[in-house]
Write a protein that binds this ligand. Structure first.
Ligand code: PMP
Length: 304
């Protein structure tokens, strides 16, 4: 039997002992930042592999810096804690790992300074997220993406996810699977929890990190695989809304979403309406890499 543990206030404790006050700063003001990693169970080797933990924790510590946090951690120390936690849980299946850095003091007063900062981590069993096989139908949201000068999207800041939640719920309630959101310049930034790629005339295009996106680890992985393994031209540039309506292929990337094929945008078929060739190749390659089947990229998989 698996028992779920959490890393909480410096120790690994049973999950139900990891509790915070309703007066916590992070809960009241959204002054926290989070990460999301996956652990992939390898049946053959009977081992759990965490995908690119150092990169995930580098990004989390960057988020903590934006929130003026002083944490006694490095990407290496957080990776080690994650491994210890997963060992305590003894998972033998795919898991999702959720680290959180947060302003832990209880009390009233909006600010970032003079507050206690904490780290928590927990993991839970996790399979597919949303529609992966047949292709998703996405809409262009009427909401706008938060701007870098409002709440930085590159920060993965908890409070900012109210923006993603507004976008996601309106999309789902209108019958779509997911939404693309425009930034204040009118360019497509990303989905609610995933980056976006399109293919036009054989070129793979994704918005640059300066277009109010989260700097996705899956995005970075797919860019490298596309360049190195498929040898296809890759461009990071702004994407207009109407390019989403006329592109040949589209897919979304994220730790949870992995490589999710998009086959329809606002009732218009993407390309032929079937998953595209480049998308399918990248999806397969990504799947092989995260499952530790590609020796060249084994350095990204950290064994528990
Ligand atoms: N954009 C947003 C807004 C997200 O929340 C996520 C999920 N972390 C992503 C993109 C994808 O990032 P990653 O590939 O690092 O999971």
């Amino acid at each position: 039997m698996n028992t779920a543990h959490a890393y909480f206030e410096g120790k690994i404790v049973p999950m139900d002992e990891a509790k915070i006050s309703i007066a916590s700063h992070a809960l009241n003001y959204g002054t926290a930042a989070f990460g999301g990693l996956r652990g992939y169970w390898n049946e053959k080797q009977e081992k759990l592999f965490v995908f690119r933990p150092l990169d995930h924790y580098r990004r989390l510590l960057n988020s903590s810096k934006m929130l003026c946090m002083e944490l006694p951690h490095t990407p290496e120390s957080l990776t080690q804690i994650t491994i210890d936690l997963l060992k305590a849980d003894n998972w033998r299946q795919d898991v999702y790992i959720r680290p959180l850095v947060y302003k832990a003091d209880a009390g009233i007063g909006v600010r970032l300074h003079d507050l206690r900062d904490e780290v928590s981590i927990f993991a839970l069993p996790f399979g597919a997220y949303g529609k992966n096989e047949d292709g998703a139908h996405v809409t262009v949201s009427s909401w706008r993406r938060i701007d870098d000068n409002v709440i930085p999207a590159r920060g993965k800041i908890s409070g900012a996810y109210a923006n993603s939640a507004l976008i996601k719920t309106d999309a789902i309630r209108s019958g779509f699977d997911e939404a693309l959101v425009l930034d204040n310049n009118g360019h497509i930034s990303e989905g609610t929890a995933m980056n976006v790629f399109i293919v036009r005339d054989g070129v793979l295009v994704t918005p640059p990190v300066t277009d109010n996106i989260l700097e996705g680890i899956t995005r970075r992985t797919v860019l490298e695989l596309a360049r190195e393994e498929l040898g296809i031209p890759v461009v990071e540039r702004s994407i207009d809304r109407t390019e989403a309506y006329i592109c040949d292929e589209m897919f979304l990337t994220g730790t949870a979403a992995q490589v999710t094929v998009v086959t329809k945008v606002d009732h218009r078929s993407v390309g032929s309406g079937q998953p595209g060739e480049i998308t399918l190749k990248l999806r397969q390659l990504f799947d092989d890499v995260v499952h530790g089947k590609v020796e060249k990229y084994a350095r990204w998989n950290v064994a528990v």
